[in-house]
Design a protein. Sequence first.
Length: 252
Amino acid sequence: MKAFKPVLSVITVVYNNERDIERTMLSVLTQTYPRIEYIIIDGKSTDGTLKVINRYKDQVAKIFSEKDNGIYDAMNKGLAAANGDYVLFMNSGDEFYSRDTVQKVFESAPDADIYYGETEMIDADGKSLGQRRHKAPKTFTWMDFRYGMSISHQAIYVRRSLAGPYDNRYKLSADIDWIIRAASQAEKIVNVNQYVAKYLVGGVSKAKHRQSLMERFDIMQRYYGLIPTVFNHFVIAFNLGWYWLKNRRTND
């Protein structure tokens, strides 16, 4: 039987993040899996980010540095440039869990529409904060986001033919809409049953938490209905409060 070795397009979006970009790039460039197309979308950084990126330009398939209209506009540029069989977003500050992560993902099962796994949270110093509060479900369908984003963006590999553009009406939570849309079209979704990503806590959605929550509510009520979404948010709030009481952090 011919080995299943698809091309994975890894897309990194970055803007003025000289501190973290090299760590993310090395996480991609040192993967043991050879069939990776690496694409970097820089929002015309004004610090030393581009200098770091150019240090490795011979190992990167495509580098774009230009103004954009926000993170999802930049992500759409990455999707438009991708030629791989699957796409994965690994934004600045985030990392693959280990050097053989991609290899293990594609060895887990052939020809899935979506692969997903678990995520470890890390702080600005790279220190582990443990598993995400939203543990990845054992099985996953588009309905599973009704109680929150149970799979992080860095931990989901989507067949490129199912990866439509991000909806730019959402500035902070379009990734939820994007994954629900892809999952609703998927026939084969595989849980690789291992950690696949490290996610740097914080970011714009944390800084603008209220706007992010309002966008998330709008997305969920579009897919799941208004009344169920209102009820589900009581469940989300209870789960969040209970987790905080036990751990004194949210690990979103």
